[in-house]
Design a binder for this molecule. Structure first.
Ligand SMILES: [Zn+2]
Ligand SMILES: [Zn+2]
Length: 151
């Protein structure tokens, strides 16, 4: 694959633009090995392992749709984060499961999404709040430094 980096031909404009997307050498976040980045987050070996583990998680859940994350990790020797990743909507091939995992913000056990209900409500509120502040700032700039806060 290294020939890609030193290919002397292809000098037209399109390829110059494509240069920015040329594969780069990168350390695999899983095993630390250096690999040629090709769109994947980790090296081909880890990527392959990850795909195999994903398939294992799916088939395990097919047989044990009500297991816990710890049971899955214990049975398959996979990372908790990968199990939680696989539990997100659209990744389980339509299998109905009932597996609790911790909310990414507070650790409360949940069955779907990334956050528990209170955390997602809080986040939606904060988002709405900052959107309102931005709108408000824009409005007060139009009103030349009008200072009263009507939020
Ligand atoms: Zn790796
Ligand atoms: Zn939460």
């Amino acid at each position: 694959m290294l020939f890609l980096l030193s290919c002397p031909q292809k000098q037209d404009a399109k390829d110059v633009r494509d240069m920015t997307r040329m594969p780069k050498l990168k350390n695999c976040p899983e095993c630390g090995k250096v690999f040629l980045e090709n769109g994947g987050a980790c090296c081909p070996a880890c990527m392959k392992q990850r795909e195999e583990q994903k398939a294992e998680i799916v088939s395990f859940l097919r047989e044990h749709p009500k297991s816990s994350v710890d049971e899955i990790c214990g049975a398959l020797g996979v990372k908790k984060s990968l199990v939680i990743y696989m539990l997100q909507p659209g990744r389980l091939d339509g299998i109905e499961v009932h597996v609790e995992y911790p909310c990414a913000a507070c650790g409360e056990m949940i069955l779907s999404g990334r956050y528990c209900r209170p955390c997602s409500a809080k986040m939606a509120e904060e988002l709405e709040d900052s959107a309102r502040r931005v709108r408000h700032r824009a409005a007060s700039q139009r009103g030349r430094g009008r200072r009263n806060d009507d939020v």
